[in-house]
Design a protein around this ligand. Structure first.
Ligand code: SAH
Length: 272
């Protein structure tokens, strides 16, 4: 084998819409000698931007060992090798399993972040994941499938915080999501939004429901894959009669870019 010279770039392709890859990610695809992409979700981006003669391979039918060998061999032939993954590579993307063998082989690698489906789902639904005085915390999680949850990370325990939950990889386990939220005391009318194929042109579906009926609504829409479950006390806030204002835009709240024009609290009617 010739001397190693390439770098492996783990590039977040974004949630599906080919326009939602970062400029940096697209530039890397345009100069890639080889691209290993993760399944159907990102094939369009790979084929759209790759230069002529680029080696393009779908990793869907490969084992981890085969992927590692493919990436290492590609680095012996090309300066830029891209591993293209859905959303952001740091979320449920087997990043460590793929980078450890590269480290062991002395092959340099870098990560280019991507728009996660959690963000794309919120955007599709026109929802905010944080809202002043309602929730200021977002938990990205899943329920246990074949991958068990570490102790203390059971959905029931996380849901006890009553903050926003973005639940990945769990659409076929909606009954388990319902059970956990109920056990944590969420009411039956708690709003839940499921977004299928967020950002996919022509394919995106937003299903709005409650803890009580979200499973039936998803069944009615035949949603059984590629879906983000959003559970949050902030869902639907745009329809509420009254919300606490964000301090950032409160005239009484000065910050680096603006001086306060009135004492804090007056604009929102709260005591300082
Ligand atoms: N790294 C990815 C997540 C990969 S795990 C990210 O940051 O988004 C795969 C899970 O992500 C799916 O089971 C689903 O829950 C979610 N997902 C990925 N793309 C999606 C999309 N376009 N719409 C809704 N959910 C999506």
């Amino acid at each position: 084998m010739s001397a190693l010279r390439g770098t492996v770039w783990f590039v977040g392709a974004g949630p599906g819409d080919p326009d939602l890859i970062t400029v940096k990610g697209r530039r890397l695809l345009e100069q890639a000698g080889a691209i290993l992409f993760a399944g159907s979700l990102v094939d369009q981006a790979a084929t759209q931007h790759a230069p002529q003669g680029c080696e393009i391979r779908d990793s869907r039918d490969m084992t981890l060992e085969e992927m590692n060998a493919w990436l290492a061999e590609a680095c012996a032939r090309h300066e830029t090798v891209v591993r293209l993954q859905t959303g952001d590579p740091g979320l449920y993307g087997a990043l460590v399993e793929l980078t450890r063998p590269l480290d062991a082989a002395g092959i340099p690698w870098r990560v280019v972040p991507g728009v996660s489906s959690a963000m794309a789902a919120a955007a599709a639904a026109g929802e905010t994941l944080t809202l002043p005085e309602v929730t200021q915390t977002v938990i990205l999680t899943r329920v246990a499938g074949r991958t068990p949850m570490p102790a203390g990370e059971e959905l029931e325990a996380l849901a006890a915080h009553r903050s926003t939950l973005c639940i990945f990889l769990s659409i076929t386990l909606l009954h388990e999501v319902q059970r956990a939220l109920r056990a944590a005391g969420w009411p039956e009318d708690a709003p839940i939004v499921v977004v299928h194929k967020a950002s996919w042109p022509g394919a995106e579906k937003v299903v709005r429901g409650t803890l009580a009926d979200i499973k039936r609504r998803c069944q009615d829409e035949k949603i059984a894959s590629q879906a983000m479950i959003l559970a949050s006390p902030a869902l639907g806030a745009r329809l509420w009669p009254d919300i606490a204002r964000s301090k950032l835009y409160d005239p009484g709240f000065g910050h680096r870019f603006r001086k306060a024009s009135m004492p804090a609290g007056i604009a929102t009617g709260e005591s300082a």
